[in-house]
Write a protein that binds this ligand. Sequence first.
Ligand code: SR1
Ligand code: MG
Length: 404
Amino acid sequence: MSAYHPLTEREAVQIARSLNSLFPEDAKLICREIGDGNLNLVFHITDGARSVILKQALPYAKVVGESWPLTLDRARIESEALMLEGRLAPGLVPAVYKYDGELALTVMEDLSDHVIMRRGLMEGERYPLFADHISTFLAQTLFFTSDLGMNQQRKKQLVREFINPELCKITEDLIFDDPYTDSLNNNFEAHIRDEAQALWHDGPLHLEVALLREKFLTQAQALLHGDLHTGSIFIKPDSTKVIDPEFAYFGPMGFDIGAVIANLLLNFAAREGHDKEDVARAEYRRYLLDTVRELWTKFEAKFRALWESDGIDRLASAAPGYRDDYMLRLLRDTFGYAGCKMIRRIVGLAHVADIDRIEDAAARERAQRLALSIGRSIIMRGRSAASIEELTGITESAAAAFHA
Ligand code: SR1
Ligand code: MG
């Protein structure tokens, strides 16, 4: 019989106490369950001087309830992805101390000296090193798990280890289907019903989303984080840590890059409610768009440099024009996936606090409409995009149209 059961705080303390040499034997441990995500229990345990995180998967989606069962295998996927990412991008993920498969439990480094990036952005903080850090994370993890940068036979084995059908199904439904039909999963405010209905009947948009969905379903390009939004990033001015890769699987690289950009753009839209002064809003928006530009530019430079130094595929390295074609396809996928990830956070099941926490209903509605407008436009541009400046330009034009 399985030993699995959701832990109590008392049991979490007992487990922390049993971890070799983490806490002194007589330490007085204090435990709090701090999970505020959609799926898991997260225990923070400290003796005042040292601390640790115990993360336990629940057998259902916490955001919905026990009626939505969910595999515990995602805890294995998350701990294995964290360890692999830690080797490929040292210092950019929390250290994993232990994984217990029976309890679906990962014991890891506490990052309480960081803040969740979404919260930092909502408060108007700036992170000048973020674009550099996250572009390193993306370039290293995506290149070295792709057929360009790792042994192609080993990669096929890794694809098998990271088969993640249940978590992928959540993405396939919540991002690539529900927003485009009158689904019971959808969740939007009455004042934007017109926008939701327009999405359900937007044939040209459906074609683009169907193509992106097909790629998500079929292209095992690299090991993705799979849910790389700003709630999956802990940050402080000199440090960035990516957490929560339970949605990891082999998919199209642009999905991860697009996820980060989408969440910066959702915050861009949310400035409607967070900045009362036009000047402050414009300045913060400029910071966000500079970050998007720097992120892509640095990612591209780092990815190309890795290809030059560590590329293992002869023809991919030698064929004239192949690298440029590959990078252009990544850019285009990034546009499309960023747009899909924006739209789902406005009309789909799971939202973002950046926008939902805007108290003024009129400002919240403006932010929602702006996010949908940017999301749709960048999806529609995706297949013909040629530079990241087009994405920032579309975003600026959409915002300007709102205040014209
Ligand atoms: C049912 S889970 C809803 C969302 O939360 C996760 O963070 C993923 O983004 C997922 O789509
Ligand atoms: Mg998560």
